[in-house]
Design a protein around this ligand. Structure first.
Ligand code: 13P
Length: 279
């Protein structure tokens, strides 16, 4: 069933677990994640980067995500990931997104607050809930990390914008980490306390050691994003199929194994954030 971001986040808050938010790129990654969610009885988020919601790709991908979510017997949110402007947000809503991330973290604080607040209000009018970002979460290729999210600033940001959940910078980054990350779990606790228990979001979920993910969830992370690992699982499945002398080139048959490798990865992540059996 297609549900809003708030509905799945509320489930996670009540059950003290995190919703796994998988970045999806094509029909096969959608199928792998949904298969896993059904088998594990887990609520999940299918999220899409703005570049995939243009006329060229979004025209095909967005209806597939919506159809998959509607058909599923577990709660599924269709979420825009890292929307950089109101334009991208509007496009995502047009394609049927039920969750919106507006990422104003590259802008000065006041500008981030003003735009996020405006987007929360417009999305609220049609029942879509919003994730904000404070403390810019960069890439593993960046030379340095920006300053981690400040609990006091987070409290003000949340009060003034009304976001449903907040992405925070606590030692995480997008991509496969070059050296083992060390999440600032005390900061997660401090931000939770300062914001009156707002659900927090962990970006860059590919490659964080399991014990740190579990500690972060215990401290108040309620959504964990997984992108790079989905790509790797799909690529591995494709390569294994190519290497199999008995494989079929009929595309639907060729894709069966990559769907399975994505499903396997999704099951691992669902279990890691304790979302299995929660739907
Ligand atoms: P990874 O690609 O590092 O898993 O991060 C995904 C993400 O946070 C998307 O917003």
């Amino acid at each position: 069933m297609l549900v809003s971001l708030k509905e799945v986040i509320d489930m996670a808050e009540q059950g003290n677990f995190a919703i796994p938010a998988f970045n999806v790129y094509n029909l096969e990654t959608v199928m792998g994640v949904i298969d896993a969610a059904e088998e594990m009885r887990a609520p999940v988020i299918l999220q899409v980067y703005p570049r995939l919601l243009n006329e060229e790709v979004g025209y095909y991908l967005a209806p597939a995500v919506v159809a998959a979510a509607r058909k599923a017997t577990v709660p599924v949110c269709f979420h825009l990931d890292h929307g950089p402007s109101e334009l991208e947000v509007t496009k995502a809503l047009r394609w049927g997104a039920t969750g919106i991330m507006y990422d104003g973290s590259v802008h000065p604080f006041e500008e981030n607050v003003a735009t996020t607040k405006h987007i929360v209000e417009t999305c609220g009018a049609i029942g879509a809930s919003v994730e904000g970002e404070l403390g810019h979460i960069g890439s593993v290729n960046d030379d340095t990390m920006e300053e981690y999210t400040d609990p006091k600033e987070a409290a003000e940001f949340v009060k003034r914008t009304g976001v449903t959940c907040l992405a925070v910078l606590i030692g995480n980054a997008h991509g496969h980490y070059k050296k083992t990350p060390k999440l600032d779990i005390d900061r997660v606790k401090a931000i939770r306390e300062a914001t009156g228990g707002l659900p927090l979001v962990l970006h860059g979920g590919s490659g964080i050691p399991e014990d740190q993910v579990k500690a972060a969830v215990k401290a108040g992370i309620r959504k964990m994003n997984i992108g790079t690992d989905v790509c790797c699982a799909f690529a591995d499945g494709t390569k294994e199929t190519l290497d199999d002398p008995n494989r079929s080139l009929a595309v639907d048959l060729f894709m069966k194994h990559p769907i399975k490798t994505v499903k396997k990865l999704a099951i691992e992540k669902i279990k890691l954030v304790d979302a299995d059996g929660k739907a």
